[in-house]
Write a protein of this length. Structure first.
Length: 94
């Protein structure tokens, strides 16, 4: 079995982009943004700080992928960590 995405039930990216149907994924990212705001408050950080946080979150995605692949880990953990990466990227871009 190939493992290309944490959400195997998603359409191909081209179809995804044409349909604009990002509903549940964007909702998950927005919920994560809200959770981070509640936990950390206003996050007025430098780009260097954001890059460090993004790198740490990306490392957690890689760890979740390794655990799912090698240790019969939970695929949902990969999805959750991806939403963390996306939320941090949104903070950086804002």
């Amino acid at each position: 079995m190939t493992r290309h995405a944490c959400r195997r039930d998603l359409p191909e990216p081209r179809v995804f982009a044409e349909s604009g149907d990002f509903g549940s994924e964007l909702d998950a990212i927005i919920r994560e943004l809200m959770r981070q705001h509640e936990k950390f408050g206003d996050q007025s950080l430098t780009l260097f700080d954001w890059a460090s946080i993004l790198g740490e979150e990306y490392g957690e995605v890689c760890q979740a992928i390794n655990e799912e692949h090698f240790d019969d880990g939970e695929l949902g953990a990969v999805y959750r960590e991806c939403t963390h990466v996306a939320a941090v990227a949104v903070h950086m871009a804002a």
